[in-house]
Design a protein around this ligand. Structure first.
Ligand SMILES: Nc1nc2c(c(=O)[nH]1)N[C@H]1C(S)=C(S)[C@@H](COP(=O)(O)O)O[C@H]1N2
Ligand SMILES: [Mo]
Length: 254
């Protein structure tokens, strides 16, 4: 299936970039350069913005089946010890729901069966953990972009937040990405690893795969996907578990 262009996202990202341009720089340019030069400068900026957006939309490398690692080790939370989770795990998660909510016109509550009924993407990619290990695995699931399209994300949303079922060091694990990564064609909600249902240690029943980012962004044990305008009302306000502790950066592009 051909990958969908992300025109709406492109426009939003370009505007965000424009807003980030210091006002003083604009004033200075306008006051000291002839109008023609200003136009050229704007066009040059536009081209550069496009180039960097294109770089972020590029695909992560994909591998052959025989390049898969024998195991993808579990890291961070490897078991959710509540009785509810353990019961669902034993039964194959018949009652698990993934909510898609926040700044959306059509909130969703999806079962595992609903997610499996959507078009699926299978990708063999390398997981790179910031702690210094990597593993190649085959991940399968629907594209996050399909869920977001179905939920009709509002123009006011700037980020997608991943809510998780686990508690690590007494705090809820969560993560977030911007719209470029959310709509990236390799960003999927995986329910399978190497042809099997996701093992508990790797985030059963659902985990995010965000292939252009480091491992800690790939939230496991997903319960909800939330469109937000900012992180202000979310835990420590930095958009993720490790971001709030101050250990790692929010943008972990690779
Ligand atoms: N919910 C949740 N997601 C998480 C973590 C976690 O502890 N809890 N750890 C992160 C880190 S640091 C890494 S490297 C990967 C590990 O994924 P794996 O256990 O499948 O190797 O999950 C990420 N997502
Ligand atoms: Mo990690």
């Amino acid at each position: 299936m051909p990958e969908k262009p992300v025109t709406a996202i492109k426009r939003r990202s370009l505007l965000a970039g424009l807003a980030a341009m210091p006002a003083a720089a604009c004033t200075e340019l306008a006051e000291t350069k002839p109008v023609g030069d200003l136009f050229d400068a704007a066009e040059g900026w536009h081209r550069a913005a496009h180039r960097s957006l294109a770089a972020r939309q590029a695909l992560a490398p994909e591998y052959a089946p025989d390049e898969r690692s024998p195991d993808v080790k579990g890291n961070g939370t490897v078991s959710v010890e509540t009785p509810e989770y353990q019961e669902q795990l034993a039964k194959g998660f018949p009652d698990w729901r993934l909510e898609v909510r926040g700044l959306v016109d059509n909130p969703l509550s999806l079962s595992l069966a609903d997610l499996k009924a959507l078009p699926q993407r299978t990708q063999i990619t390398r997981h790179d953990c910031v702690e210094g290990w990597s593993a190649i695995g085959e991940w399968k699931g629907p594209k996050l972009s399909d869920l977001l399209d179905q939920a009709r994300v509002s123009d006011k949303a700037n980020f997608i937040v991943f809510r998780c079922a686990d508690v690590l060091y007494n705090r809820d694990y969560y993560e977030s990405v911007d719209m470029v990564d959310a709509y990236h064609p390799q960003t999927i909600i995986a329910h399978e690893l190497n042809g099997e249902p996701l093992p508990e240690k790797n985030g059963a029943p659902l985990r995010a795969r965000i292939e252009r980012q480091l491992g800690y962004k790939h939230a496991k044990y997903l319960t909800a996907i939330e469109a937000v305008a900012s992180f202000d009302d979310l835990y420590g306000g930095k958009g993720g578990f490790w971001e709030d502790t101050g250990d790692y950066q929010w943008y972990a592009g690779i």
